[in-house]
Design a protein around this ligand. Structure first.
Ligand SMILES: [Zn+2]
Length: 289
């Protein structure tokens, strides 16, 4: 087995409920299994990954069961991030909190405004933020463009996160996809709020697009501009959105930034280790519930 690399991919999806893999994955014949993902992580020096559960899972229980299996078969390298749909009502949120309580290995909570019609400042989410505060769990928001035309991106603008970032100063929030296409707005949120982070995942289209090579250049430039706007590297997180993006290309977006090597290393792993407390993940898993 190769040495486990220091890098962390903070935005992966590995689920039997992923839609239309042959069309959406960066390669139609992708090995979409724990073994396939770990092999690709090893080739890019990525030691740990966060697997963001999907809102398409039939229930929170199903999503957690799938994640528990992945955590075990990856020998603790694939960390679960659970999700809940607040539009299903308070009973669904209450049930999610109960399940999360038993899930000591949980690394964070992902919410899907944009795909599901709610704003981050929706009052139905108050119990989720209070729970995240008690457990010290970061809350990740899907931001910006949606994979299909069914989403409503008005719910997924970084500016809509500002209110909760201010109200829950002790909770860390992550703007997935840096808020793309509102990356300037995302950078302002990270600049303004010490508890707001951003990830660099999912900024590229499908490799079959004729302008794909230019998209890589454009994404790298946009990431660089956003980080400079923030003014510091410590709340920027590398992520890929695999299987949408090839890990090698997603890592290269960061590795080739015109930044000091220590800053690139922080973005590629150090910041995530600190935020998600991955170095204590073993003890969190075995801690009595
Ligand atoms: Zn994603």
């Amino acid at each position: 087995m190769p040495a486990i690399g220091p890098r962390v991919d903070t935005h992966l999806h590995l689920s039997r409920w992923w839609r239309d893999l042959p069309r959406t994955a960066y390669r139609a014949d992708l090995d979409y299994t724990v073994a396939g993902l770990l092999a690709e992580m090893d080739r890019s020096g990525i030691g740990h990954g966060l697997v963001l559960q999907l809102h398409e899972a039939p229930s929170v229980t199903d999503g957690i069961a799938e994640a528990e299996g992945q955590f075990a078969t990856s020998e603790g390298r694939l960390h679960p991030v659970s999700t809940v749909d607040p539009t299903k009502g308070p009973e669904e949120v209450r049930r999610a909190l109960e399940l999360w309580d038993r899930e000591r290995g949980l690394a964070g909570i992902k919410l899907y405004p944009g795909y599901l019609s709610f704003y981050p400042h929706d009052a139905r989410l108050a119990p989720v933020y209070e729970y995240a505060h008690r457990r010290g769990l970061p809350v990740l928001f899907h931001q910006g463009d949606t994979l299909d035309g069914l989403g409503l991106v008005k719910y997924a603008r970084p500016i809509e996160v500002d209110e909760v970032a201010g109200r829950y100063r002790d909770v860390s929030f992550v703007l997935c996809h840096f808020g793309n296409p509102w990356m300037g707005e995302g950078a302002e949120l990270v600049y303004k709020n010490e508890n707001v982070y951003a990830d660099t995942s999912g900024l590229l289209g499908h490799p079959s697009l004729p302008y794909f090579g230019r998209m890589i250049d454009q994404a790298r430039h946009a990431i660089y501009e956003a980080i400079v706007t923030v003014g510091r590297p410590d709340r920027i997180l590398y992520g890929s959105d695999w299987p949408l993006e090839e890990l090698r290309i997603a890592v290269d977006l960061i590795d080739q930034l015109d930044l000091p090597e220590a800053d690139r290393a922080a973005i590629l792993g150090g910041n995530a280790h600190r935020l998600f407390r991955l170095d204590d993940a073993g003890s969190r898993v075995s801690a009595p519930s």
